[in-house]
Design a protein around this ligand. Structure first.
Ligand SMILES: Nc1ncnc2c1ncn2[C@@H]1O[C@H](COP(=O)(O)OP(=O)(O)OP(=O)(O)O)[C@@H](O)[C@H]1O
Ligand SMILES: [Mg+2]
Length: 502
């Protein structure tokens, strides 16, 4: 195997030449050249909507290029479909991982191998053997009999990687593989990517976290508006130069948050408890205050966020907004009390993908644009359009379906939708997951602006620089309990990392 891998390094595994992709009038890729060597880790960087996912879809055979040449394994493919692409060794791990939740780890890993070998009824024992072998290859210990639905996101992702390995992948593609992972899990994924490289397997990945990109990749390709604007060895880039290529401008580091003037009490949470998720949670929030809640995966932070919005019903405890009690486990009551919630997984929980962009933003705003029973469609659309502009949503037409937007632009639509409702308290779970560096700074500016208008904001995030730059106060959550409270400006990133892990 290693001999074979070194032999192959002489010719590229993938060569895209002058690839063009049009979606109707939209030019998603405009004459792009990319080569990937066996065993090479390549990063595709670019702002939201720059064409990264489109390039991946072309390699995977999910979309056909409008023009140009696609060579895989030395063969030119004029028409590619997902089966042909997989047979050539290109495996894509999508964000939902496309696993079968009710089947075991072993069955999932052996699945595509059975298809390619035509062995429909491979024995359980053989499946398990195969699964153990690939799990061992990447040095991961997961029970092969466990049902996939019981696994953490990070483990599901590893199972998807193992499935690709089991069907002899030569290029594994991951589109934003680290967005749903915590720092520690990201580290372990990066270690696994290194092992794959050593095995001669190429890895192409998209990420908005530039530090991790530069750490694990040999080669970087930067797209801007569908064009390749820079490429070369990762060692020749740093976060600032990458950002400059992506955006065409300098993006300053966010300043640390400054202390906030004392305001009226907005939210008071007392002794909130949910069996198996969190206990004894008490805290309060003032108008205009930005409160960060940070904790490792499994710390209970997402359950707590959902409980505050009534999506999860706490067993006991009380919640008051402006001194009025809110019923627990009742999202409608929470909404009426002025609470808004932007979920972390906005693509599946937060949007109506097959409805128009403008409609997604105006949902819940009908009341305020209705007078004497008549809906003022123009003011409704105008308001939505304003928010889309403030969040710089890149869309050819605001009446197009949300699903035609790039991932990061869909995230912004979800944010616009809640901001348009002018809540008194906004709970943001991972406010900048999936958005590029330039827009992350914009979203942080908007959070500061909303706070100045007196809106209370709870930010739940793993992104420590983000927490440090927007929050006035930070609560740390561990094993379902709030363990630490930190005032902004009194701590740096290293110290915060330390407090989270200790
Ligand atoms: N099915 C589609 N129909 C119409 N336009 C599309 C479609 N898919 C993508 N586009 C457009 O093509 C362009 C590139 O989108 P793509 O999804 O490749 O961006 P991306 O670089 O992956 O962005 P992100 O970082 O936000 O995920 C965008 O302008 C997008 O709106
Ligand atoms: Mg994308």
């Amino acid at each position: 195997m290693p001999d074979d891998a070194t032999e192959r390094t002489s010719s590229p595994f993938v060569r895209l030449h002058n690839v063009i992709k049009h979606y109707g009038g939209v030019v998603a890729l405009d004459g792009v050249d990319v080569t990937i060597q066996p065993g090479e880790a390549v990063c595709l960087a670019g702002e939201n909507g720059s064409g990264k996912s489109t390039l991946i879809k072309i390699l995977a055979g999910v979309e056909q290029a409008t023009g140009g040449e696609v060579h895989i394994g030395g063969v030119r493919h004029t028409t590619l479909d997902p089966r042909v692409s997989a047979a050539a060794g290109v495996m894509v791990i999508y964000q939902d991982f496309s696993l079968f939740p009710n089947l075991s780890v072993a069955e999932n890993i052996a699945f595509s191998r059975e298809l390619t070998d035509g062995e429909k009824f491979a024995s359980q024992r053989r499946n398990k053997q195969l699964a153990r072998k690939v799990l061992e290859r990447i040095g991961v210990d997961i029970s092969v009999s466990e049902r996939v639905e019981n696994l953490s996101v990070a483990h599901k992702q590893l199972v998807a990687i193992c499935r690709a390995l089991a069907s002899n992948a030569r290029l594994i593609i991951m589109d934003e593989p680290t967005t749903a992972l915590t720092e520690r899990e990201v580290r372990s994924l990066l270690g696994i990517i290194r092992k794959l490289k050593d095995d001669g397997i190429a890895v192409l990945f998209v990420s908005h976290k530039l530090a991790e990109v530069l750490e694990v990749c040999e080669t970087v390709f930067v797209l801007r508006n569908g064009k390749l604007v820079a490429d070369g060895p990762a060692s020749e880039f740093d976060a600032a130069s990458l950002t400059r290529h992506m955006t065409g401008r300098d993006v300053p580091d966010s300043p640390p948050s400054t202390a906030q003037a004392v305001q009226n009490l907005l939210l008071e949470v007392s002794e909130l408890h949910k069996q198996g998720a969190f206990e004894n949670v008490s805290f309060s929030l003032r108008e205009g205050e930005v409160l960060g809640i940070s904790g490792l995966l499994g710390s209970g932070r997402t359950s707590l966020a959902k409980a505050l919005f009534g999506l999860v019903k706490a067993d006991s405890g009380t919640m008051k907004m402006e001194d009025n009690s809110i019923a627990l486990g009742d999202p409608l009551a929470a909404t009426q009390a002025g609470i808004g919630y932007v979920p972390e997984d906005r693509l599946t929980e937060g949007l109506f993908l097959t409805q128009s962009i403008v409609r997604n933003v105006s949902v819940g705003r009908l009341d305020s644009h209705t007078s004497k029973g008549f809906l003022n469609l123009q003011s409704l659309t105008g308001e939505a359009a304003d928010w889309l502009k403030r969040l710089t949503v890149k869309a050819p037409d605001i009446h197009a379906d949300v699903k035609s937007l790039s991932g990061g632009n869909q995230q912004r639509v979800a944010l616009a939708r809640w901001m348009a409702r002018a809540p008194k308290l906004l709970i943001l779970n991972g406010p900048s997951v999936g958005v590029d560096v330039g827009s992350k700074a914009d979203i942080h500016d908007i959070i500061r602006e909303l706070s100045q208008q007196g809106i209370g904001i709870i930010v739940i995030s793993d992104d420590l620089p983000e927490i440090l730059s927007v929050c006035h106060r930070i609560l740390i959550m561990k094993n379902g309990q709030l363990t630490d409270e930190i005032a902004s400006g009194t701590i740096d990133e290293t110290e915060l990392t330390h407090r989270l892990a200790s």
